[in-house]
Design a protein around this ligand. Structure first.
Ligand code: CTP
Ligand code: MG
Length: 185
């Protein structure tokens, strides 16, 4: 059923979705590009991408994934992320894909001459999802897409793609209100 596929798509992508807001919570300190700029005069990534944010985001996504795996195997086989210890691979790939997608988005923004925090419609909302899906396709093709693939799985993916900008917005407004984010986008 389509509704079930949508819920499953959400469930399996939660470790990726959690990575970015947790990078915001843990972020600060030394920037990943160590303050360096490219020859175009713009920063490689900018001060909004830090080692602490990256490490905190990956660790949080992994931890959430471990909790969901334990919970899932307890609740229903369909909610299982995989078998131990191999499942750890995909639990790392999910947040890493999301955060590297976010870094790639920042790299593109800087090349476009946009400063940290400046809006880049489309990129801001989708960079992490693109990173996640690309990483899954490259490194874990058998997981989710193929393992759980039924004709209806396409609904899950389509819904994820449609709902992501709204979800991104909601999470960022919350982050902004809590004082973690400098801009509500
Ligand atoms: N953050 C971080 N390290 C990361 C990702 C995010 O420290 N790898 C923190 C930064 O404090 C950043 C905040 O999370 O300012 C919000 O993230 P995001 O909106 O992705 O960054 P922006 O500040 O908007 O910068 P950019 O224009 O590069 O997207
Ligand atoms: Mg931003």
């Amino acid at each position: 059923m389509a509704l079930e596929e949508i819920a499953l798509a959400f469930w399996f992508l939660l470790p990726a979705y959690a990575a970015n807001p947790m990078a915001v919570v843990f972020g600060g300190g030394t920037p990943i590009d160590f303050g360096r700029s490219l020859r175009d005069g713009h920063r490689v990534l900018g001060d909004g991408k830090t080692w602490r944010g990256l490490a905190g985001g990956v660790a949080s996504g992994l931890l959430l994934g471990i909790l969901l795996t334990l919970l899932g195997s307890f609740l229903s086989p369909r909610l299982a992320f995989g078998d131990w210890p191999g499942v750890l691979r995909v639990l790392v790939i999910l947040p890493v894909g999301a955060l590297l997608g976010d870094l790639a988005g920042a790299f593109v923004k800087r090349r476009l001459g946009k400063v940290r925090g400046e809006r880049a419609p489309g990129l801001d909302q989708y960079d992490f999802l693109l990173g996640t899906l690309l990483f899954l396709l490259l490194l874990e093709r058998d997981w989710w897409f193929l393992r759980y693939w039924t004709g209806d799985a396409i609904f899950g993916l389509a819904f994820i793609i449609l709902i992501t900008p709204a979800l991104h917005r909601v999470v960022n407004v919350i982050g902004y209100r809590w004082g973690h984010k400098r801009e509500p986008w």
